[in-house]
Design a protein around this ligand. Structure first.
Ligand SMILES: C[S@@+](CC[C@H](N)C(=O)[O-])C[C@H]1O[C@@H](n2cnc3c(N)ncnc32)[C@H](O)[C@@H]1O
Length: 231
């Protein structure tokens, strides 16, 4: 804090991210004892509370990568939207018709609404509180050009639901997975095989033009992004 004068609070992450809401325990180390802040990236501002919601600045490159793929007037469904980071970067940097943004955490939903105001993306980012499977089944079937699944722990289970949100003409699914890989294995090949096996079993016509390591999450553990084009 002496060297970096802009730092007001230091917190120690005291547990891994866990549970349905993907939260972590935090211990106050120095400075003001608070857990909320405003994070800025690519001209967007995100009000976050790291004790009550998931947030990671390490996904900023990935958020912009997805936004740069969105074509004008697309309908996007973000199945695990948190405080709205992916959705807001898309709304500000692409020109989508709508980004339906679902999260099951009421605290994340409240911050998402604040972030919609902060970034002036009313009517573009539509916040929806609840389980994404239930919301898609009840009101978002066959509407989307693109579906985001930024929750590796549930992505495989929720893949059939993501498919049901896509338009009958097809579209894109951005799948996020976690893989353990030894030095002789390729995490990108492992995740691609897992997704392909599931889609084959569901009888889907698809291709996977791109897979990347987003970040490492522990020794030999990797978070991966898989872009699936459904025909
Ligand atoms: C890893 S976070 C991703 C958050 C956000 N996309 C981001 O990059 O900041 C996963 C989010 O999914 C939410 N979640 C977990 N299960 C869910 C479900 N069944 N339906 C909707 N949201 C869910 C959690 O509350 C959490 O905010």
């Amino acid at each position: 804090m002496r060297r970096h004068r802009n730092i007001k609070t230091v917190l120690l992450q005291a547990s891994p991210v866990s549970g349905e809401l993907r939260l972590r325990s935090l211990t106050h180390v120095a400075g003001e004892n608070k857990t909320s802040a405003v994070h800025k990236e690519f001209g967007c501002a995100f009000s976050v509370d790291v004790a009550e919601c998931y947030f990671s600045p390490r996904l900023s490159h990935e958020r912009m990568r997805i936004a740069s793929m969105v074509e004008p007037n697309e309908t996007v469904v973000n199945m695990f939207a948190g405080v709205g980071c992916f959705s807001i970067v898309i709304a500000k940097h692409a020109n989508p018709a709508k980004v339906f943004s679902i999260d099951v955490n009421p605290a994340a939903m409240q911050l998402m609404q604040e972030n919609i105001r902060l970034n002036m993306v009313y009517g573009k980012v539509i916040p929806l509180l609840g389980d994404s499977k239930e919301i898609i089944n009840s009101r978002l079937q066959w509407v989307a050009d693109r579906v985001l699944m930024p929750l590796p722990e549930k992505a495989l289970e929720y893949l059939p639901c993501a498919l049901s949100a896509l338009k009958a003409s097809g579209g894109w699914i951005h799948y996020y997975g976690l893989e353990h890989s030894t030095k002789t294995e390729s995490p990108t090949e492992k995740v691609k095989l897992k997704v392909a096996e599931k889609l084959d079993a569901l009888g889907v016509d698809f291709e996977v033009p791109f897979v990347r390591v987003v970040r490492s999450t522990g020794p030999n553990w990797f978070q991966l992004a898989v872009d699936v084009h459904v025909m």
